[in-house]
Design a protein around this ligand. Structure first.
Ligand SMILES: [Zn+2]
Length: 94
C-alpha cells in the first residue's frame, strides 16, 4: 500500500478515498431522541458501530456513542442481544 497524497491506493484498479464524516458535512444529525437515525449506527446485536462502519470522524464518533448510550438508558435502544429478543427488535433497523 503506497500513500499518495490524500488518496490511498490498495491495488491497481481500486482507489479508496478517505471517508467523509456525514455529520461534519451536515447530511446526518446526532440526537438521542431520534431512534430511527441512531439505529442505523448499531449492529443487529445492539453494538455501537465502529468508525469504519459509521464513517464518522473522531469527534462525531464520540458524540454518536454518547447519544446511543443515552438512548439505551431511556430504553429506546437495546443494550444486548437478549434485549433485542425481548423487545422483538424495537429500535433496530431490519
Ligand atoms: Zn465529523
Amino acid at each position: 500500500m503506497v500513500e499518495n497524497g490524500s488518496v490511498v491506493r490498495r491495488s491497481r484498479n481500486s482507489i479508496r478515498r478517505p471517508a467523509i464524516c456525514p455529520f461534519c458535512v451536515g447530511k446526518a444529525m446526532i440526537d438521542y431522541k431520534n431512534v430511527s437515525a441512531l439505529s442505523r449506527y448499531i449492529s443487529n446485536s445492539g453494538k455501537i458501530g465502529s468508525r469504519q462502519r459509521t464513517k464518522a470522524c473522531a469527534k462525531h464518533q464520540r458524540k454518536l456513542a454518547q447519544a446511543i448510550k443515552r438512548a439505551r438508558f431511556l430504553a429506546l435502544l437495546p443494550y444486548a442481544p437478549s434485549h433485542v429478543w425481548l423487545t422483538k427488535g424495537v429500535g433496530l433497523s431490519r
